[in-house]
Design a protein around this ligand. Sequence first.
Ligand SMILES: NC(=O)c1ccc[n+]([C@@H]2O[C@H](COP(=O)([O-])OP(=O)(O)OC[C@H]3O[C@@H](n4cnc5c(N)ncnc54)[C@H](OP(=O)(O)O)[C@@H]3O)[C@@H](O)[C@H]2O)c1
Length: 284
Amino acid sequence: MKILVTGAAGLVGSHVARRLAREHEVQALKHGELDITDRAAVRRCLLHEKPALIFNCAVLQVDDSEQQPAQAQAVNVAGPGFLAETASEVGAEIVHFSTQYAFDGEPVGRLPYTIHNEPRPVNNYGRTKVAGEAAVLAACARSYIVRTSWVYGSGKNSFLCTVHNDLKAGKRVRAIDDIWSSTTSVDDLIERVMTIRATGRYGIYHVVNGGICSYYGFALEAGRSLGLTRGQIDPLIEIIHERDMKRLAARPRYTPLRCLLSERLGLPPMRDWRAALAEYVGTG
Ligand SMILES: NC(=O)c1ccc[n+]([C@@H]2O[C@H](COP(=O)([O-])OP(=O)(O)OC[C@H]3O[C@@H](n4cnc5c(N)ncnc54)[C@H](OP(=O)(O)O)[C@@H]3O)[C@@H](O)[C@H]2O)c1
């Protein structure tokens, strides 16, 4: 199958491109190669390539979306719409990633969010991502919207991606203990998305590993997976609080996800986050 990946230098995009190239003809386009906010360029590219499946992995991140609202609208809403409308024209399916930031994260301790929960974003990233979902759904009937959360994998310099290496090297890390969510191994995310895609059941999915943790809980578990004791881990982790962080964009506090459509399709639950993290820590 011919698959086109946008935002292919990012965390999800680079892994999607690498993983799917084992079995498919993949065209991985970085930002410099296809700017999804350029409608004419999107049309030219898709009409020429005629992919069977598009993965939109391009995004403007959380604080940037707060600071640059026009760019957030362009990358997170208009661009996905251009991809979806042209997908429709060339008969392609589209996988568009979205986020747990669709939700407000209150109250702490609530049941995991399902597709029946009304989105209520607390920042501009979340608002534009929710609008982007709607733009894709409106423009292409053959679309999969995949909301995911706290994704980690090799190659990105983010807390979730690198905390195990810092602990292994004996470096001190700072970990937030007052926001919680589902976490997602990028490998598990891709496998599940391809399983979903094989069902041909279009719609909105929540794809995450099982269970809930805070960044602090994630760091502790990464340390345990490395074989470190609490006596070794505790001096390496400085606990900090989201409420003390001076961030541009507010973060929702408690956003675990649950996938009703996967359950309806009879797909097995995604493995627990600790098992996925242990495998990741073991491989790098
Ligand atoms: N990572 C997570 O924890 C997480 C959680 C929930 C949902 N998601 C979703 O997963 C998807 C992928 O996220 P990610 O973590 O892989 O993001 P990422 O690592 O920040 O990668 C995003 C990529 O998009 C590119 N990009 C930005 N503007 C673009 C444009 N106009 N045209 C084409 N490419 C553009 C960026 O390139 P430049 O840097 O060169 O601009 C970057 O390579 C997003 O939809 C995101 O909402 C991610």
